[in-house]
Design a protein around this ligand. Structure first.
Ligand SMILES: *[C@@H]1O[C@H](CO)[C@@H](O)[C@H](O)[C@H]1NC(C)=O
Ligand SMILES: *[C@@H]1O[C@H](CO)[C@@H](O)[C@H](O)[C@H]1NC(C)=O
Ligand SMILES: *[C@@H]1O[C@H](CO)[C@@H](O)[C@H](O)[C@H]1NC(C)=O
Ligand SMILES: *[C@@H]1O[C@H](CO)[C@@H](O)[C@H](O)[C@H]1NC(C)=O
Ligand SMILES: *[C@@H]1O[C@H](CO)[C@@H](O)[C@H](O)[C@H]1NC(C)=O
Ligand SMILES: [Mg+2]
Length: 260
């Protein structure tokens, strides 16, 4: 597959946590060219970009798979520079916001992080499974999770470290089941997330509940126990909608799957 060499490059980049800057690009003003996409793609590229925009803005909801014709588009987006640049814009804004706050250092300020496609990246798995064009297979996905080898999303790891220095506590809330606590803990620590206030996994009492309900309930518990959620970051809208979402929310890109 043509994207495999790029995957190797991407993984090397992710694992070594990037310090490099994006090359400067000379910008030209073009007349609108209705049938060309960013990379000079023809019509399918344009519709896949529109589809991704619809997904990221929560206009397209409850979708099960990435359109088959967009596999290459989504693959190139995720393994190329754009995904990383888009993530960086999000985490930079989060940081600018966090450092602008006049926080009372009483140990009650928390930042909620989702895990999959926010804190850790499952791209190595999805690159082998059609970048979301295949139906979710829990058996195959859980086998990957149990390896405990998901790399960090570099931009989120940087934000995490800066927030800790600011005295903000981190709470992870993930849709992964309680049975994955051990491997999740190990994976997080191995890639640089060394400390947290709480790691909340989805307990069996939530079976049958949407992520939206589960995460809202867990955030409400946090607030009732005296924490202030000053910020909240995730790749799904269900991470950042509902009750007690936090003073500000930040949405990372994820064109691979939808969780309600
Ligand atoms: C920051 O907060 C402290 C106490 O919460 C307050 O005394 C101080 O005036 C605030 N400073 C600014 C610049 O808002
Ligand atoms: C799901 O993944 C498992 C393990 O890789 C595989 O055996 C199974 O056939 C897959 N199921 C479907 C419906 O593709
Ligand atoms: C948790 O993981 C560690 C290291 O991966 C392992 O040594 C330990 O036995 C595991 N504990 C349980 C309860 O699975
Ligand atoms: C959570 O799931 C259970 C079992 O399906 C259901 O009875 C309950 O109404 C759900 N709660 C919410 C708030 O959706
Ligand atoms: C967060 O929102 C609450 C409720 O609106 C407000 O009282 C509080 O000052 C806000 N905190 C920050 C850090 O902006
Ligand atoms: Mg996620």
């Amino acid at each position: 597959m043509e994207i495999l060499p790029i995957l190797v490059f991407f993984l090397a980049t992710v694992v070594s946590t990037t310090q490099g800057h994006e090359p400067l690009v000379t910008h030209h003003i073009h007349l609108l060219r209705p049938k060309s996409g960013a990379g000079g793609d023809s019509v399918p590229g344009v519709s896949c970009l529109s589809w991704r925009l619809g997904v990221e803005t929560n206009n397209i909801i409850n979708w099960k798979t990435v359109p088959a014709e967009c596999e290459s588009y989504v693959g190139h987006y995720l393994l190329g520079h754009q995904y990383r640049k888009d993530s960086k814009v999000v985490t930079n804004e989060a940081w600018l916001y966090a450092k602008s706050l006049n926080l009372t250092n009483d140990g009650k300020n928390v930042w909620v992080f989702d895990i999959d496609e926010t804190t850790l990246s499952n791209l190595p798995y999805y690159a082998d499974h059609g970048f979301g064009t295949e139906l979710y297979n829990s058996t195959a996905f859980n086998t990957w999770v149990l390896e405990g080898t998901a790399p960090a999303l570099p931009e989120s790891l940087k934000l995490y470290k800066k927030l800790l220095k600011l005295g903000v506590k981190v709470v992870f809330i993930t849709g992964s089941g309680e049975g994955q606590r051990n491997v999740t803990t190990t994976n997080l620590k191995n890639v640089g997330y060394h400390t947290w206030e709480k790691l909340v996994l989805k307990g069996s009492t939530y079976s049958g509940n949407t992520s939206y309900v589960y995460k809202s309930t867990e955030r409400t518990k946090l607030v009732k126990s005296g924490f202030r959620i000053i910020g909240n970051i995730g790749d799904q809208w269900s991470d950042i909608l509902g009750t007690n979402v936090g003073n500000r929310t930040f949405k990372l890109p994820d064109p691979m799957y939808y969780i309600s």
